[in-house]
Ligand binder design. Sequence first.
Ligand code: FAD
Ligand code: NAG
Ligand code: NAG
Length: 280
Amino acid sequence: MVQNVAIIGAGISGLAALKCSLEAGLEATCFEKSDSVGGLWNYTEYAEDGRASIYRSVFTNACKEMMCYPDFPIPDEYPNYLHNSLFLDYLRLYVKHFDLARYIKFKTAVVSVQKCPDFQVTGRWKVITEQDGNRSSDIFDSVLICTGHHVHPNLPLHSFFGIERFTGRYMHNREYKEPAQYAGKRVLVVGLGNTGADIAVELSHTAQKVWLSTRSGSWIMSRVWDNGYPWDMVYLTRHQSFLNKVLPRAISDYLYESMMNKRFSHEMYGLVPLDRYVTA
Ligand SMILES: Cc1cc2nc3c(=O)[nH]c(=O)nc-3n(C[C@H](O)[C@H](O)[C@H](O)COP(=O)(O)OP(=O)(O)OC[C@H]3O[C@@H](n4cnc5c(N)ncnc54)[C@H](O)[C@@H]3O)c2cc1C
Ligand SMILES: *[C@@H]1O[C@H](CO)[C@@H](O)[C@H](O)[C@H]1NC(C)=O
Ligand SMILES: *[C@@H]1O[C@H](CO)[C@@H](O)[C@H](O)[C@H]1NC(C)=O
């Protein structure tokens, strides 16, 4: 008997799960609570409840050869790194090419997944969905949860003493959309990851002053690497991972750090990561 599978979410992961399930001959149904595909890559002016939210200027930080599905290359005419709107276009091409839309139930949120009473014998799941306030339930042999991992903001206010007396505005980057509304303001960006660095740079063009705070440092690198190639094409290779495996740790760390210090000395800027090698 053909097994049926429920896939929750139609972002990158859900779409790949749907395509592969169909390819394997399973009967697949994908539930998506918004009215479109792409998950996080669909930029909206305001953060929506229960969906990850990005700022207007987000570009991919992996190059298009690394960022694409292996059996569906990103079109030749697209640039090396894609703006979020173009990456969303690509995901829509994928949906069209593999004819996935008819297996997706839009505006349908999964509200509960439970083991069936006969789970011990059948291994089946009862999936309850809600559409326009109406609930319905279906039985599935398996469930793939592809609901994303950037939905809930982490705002550790307890670690900022005196925050309750702070009269300015504070927020998680989930609510940050574009720099114009910070014109003339003094802004502190906490956290030197991809997002913190991106936002600090774009704010620096409009804000009066920007501080970027880092607890543990970071290797700062460009997407563009030797001879203008994307860094991940140059660095994430079999040759490189072979070297990393066979070289003594001290030597591979040294090579990595020299590469990271080619543009500027992290030590001079006080940026050497506390956990050194692992914080790329
Ligand atoms: C600012 C930013 C930049 C990033 N840049 C990159 C990058 O350059 N390269 C890279 O590889 N990764 C990047 N990422 C990581 C990103 O998480 C992945 O690229 C990818 O979007 C994750 O896809 P996903 O399908 O797991 O989740 P999502 O894209 O979050 O999709 C989840 C989907 O599930 C739906 N859903 C959730 N709950 C339910 C429910 N109960 N019922 C029905 N549907 C539900 C949501 O509506 C959504 O459509 C970035 C992340 C952020 C925040
Ligand atoms: C993005 O999401 C909004 C609301 O969830 C939706 O109305 C819109 O059609 C989506 N855009 C694209 C290009 O899919
Ligand atoms: C929800 O239920 C109402 C009342 O039974 C019905 O009129 C409506 O069409 C249903 N909506 C959906 C999306 O099924």
